[in-house]
Design a protein around this ligand. Structure first.
Ligand code: ADP
Length: 406
């Protein structure tokens, strides 16, 4: 009897274990199915989000080549192409960020700056965008309680800008009328609290945690009236955490949403404040100057030649590293070199090193379409003065070049 009892106990235990295992397996299966479903939704969404702007870009470009429009009409279509391209670039940047986060390759580069400057810049950009859209009745407000000197922080400026831009972008997307307010305050000596509030559609309680997950959206149906991929908030969350902070939200359906995140102050004393980008003058005069342009992509070469045409600069163009070095030797005078990284044969870093051996003082700007952050460091190590990512913002590039010509 004793024996039977004990073996009965054992069997009971085993039974319980098996039941637990079954539960675990069931959970894993559900998770896998859910992730599968999310990926399908994501792919469908992504395809839609990429094809929609592409449709406009290809369509208008085709129209412009085939028919004769007035200058006014042509300019309007070109503006549309430009703005659709920016949307597309945003999606591509998001995908690259997600891949970097996944591969643990997200690099943080901290500097000291005034939060007030950043808030002002964001206000200007979004206020201008709001003014252009006549459908919405929204007023934009900022909250910056401290003076400039007290608003110093040591963190990654580009990433903080990306986080706020994303949250403000969402606030604008999901709000039809009312107020959008964003700003910061000091929560204690070592920490900042940032916020973005809107009076939009709000987020149901049961969805408030999951929208921070990749691909998750409140409305996951194909008929969702709001465009999006469901990547934004998951990137924002990873970025906030990478910068040492936390993010959360408070929201009532139909009342609005408030997103909050914290960031540590960082060491501000040791570092000097980064200067703001200089205002771009309208016209440059680079007569009697000469730029060596080493770039293998025909379109990029033509674009820069056209963009620089009005300055009067002479352009010595080459489509490979070797050709570039030859041109450098045979040209009478070169005042600046603009070098692409990925070139057939000798790459841009090595070309830069070779030029440096001959001329230690020549300003060299490297441009690249690579996604990884370390290109900047590699460029500087190879001896370049500056680095600019593609797609190149022509105005920024021109003011960069100009700073070496004065
Ligand atoms: P996307 O905007 O591309 O869908 P996000 O990750 O930025 O992706 O946001 C995920 C979801 O969270 C959105 O689809 C939306 O349902 C919800 N959401 C985010 N911000 C807001 C907001 N300010 N108001 C209402 N809903 C929001």
């Amino acid at each position: 009897e004793e024996e039977l009892k004990s073996s009965n106990e054992e069997l009971k235990e085993k039974n319980e274990m098996l039941a637990n295992q079954k539960k675990e397996l069931q959970k894993t299966k559900e998770k896998a199915e859910e992730s599968d479903r999310l990926k399908s939704v994501f792919l469908a969404n992504m395809s839609h989000e990429i094809r929609t702007p592409m449709n406009g870009i290809i369509g208008f470009a085709e129209l412009l080549t085939e028919e004769n429009f007035s200058v006014k009409e042509s300019k309007e279509y070109l503006r549309t192409i430009y703005s659709l391209s920016q949307n597309l670039l945003q999606i591509i940047d998001d995908i690259i960020d997600i891949a970097k986060i996944e591969a643990n390759q997200l690099k943080i580069s901290k500097e000291v700056f005034y939060i007030n400057d950043l808030i002002d810049e964001l206000y200007q950009v979004h206020d201008m965008r709001l003014a252009q859209s006549e459908i919405k009745n929204i007023s934009l407000k900022v909250y910056k309680p401290l003076n400039n000197e007290k608003s110093k922080i040591y963190t990654d400026l580009t990433r903080l800008k990306q986080i706020l831009n994303n949250l403000i972008g969402n606030a604008l997307k999901f709000t039809q009328q009312g107020i959008i307010e964003f700003g910061y305050k000091k929560s204690d000596a070592n920490n900042w609290l940032f916020f973005v509030k809107d009076t939009g559609i709000g987020i149901p309680k049961e969805k408030q945690n999951e929208i921070f997950e990749r691909f998750r959206r409140v409305d996951e149906s194909h008929t969702s009236q709001f465009e999006g991929t469901g990547l934004g908030l998951s990137i924002v969350k990873s970025l906030v955490e990478k910068l040492g902070g936390k993010i959360w939200l408070e929201s009532e359906e139909a009342q609005g949403s408030e997103f909050y995140f914290t960031l540590p102050q960082g060491e501000v004393v040791k570092n000097s404040v980064s200067s703001r980008a200089p205002k771009v003058p309208e016209k440059f005069n680079w007569k009697n100057k000469s730029i060596l342009l080493i770039e293998d992509d025909d379109v990029s070469r033509t674009l820069l030649k056209k963009a620089f045409y009005r300055t009067g600069v002479e352009i010595v163009a080459a489509s490979s590293g070797e050709e570039g070095l030859q041109a450098f030797h045979s040209a009478g005078r070169i005042d600046l070199a603009l070098v692409d990284i990925r070139l057939p044969g000798m790459n841009g870093f090595n070309v830069t090193r070779e030029i440096r051996k001959i001329n230690p003082d020549l300003p060299i700007i490297i441009q690249t379409a690579h996604a990884l952050g370390e290109d900047r460091e590699k460029s500087i190590n190879a001896g370049a003065n500056q680095y600019i990512p593609k797609p190149v913002d022509i105005k920024v590039l021109m003011s960069m070049i100009n700073s070496y010509f004065n």
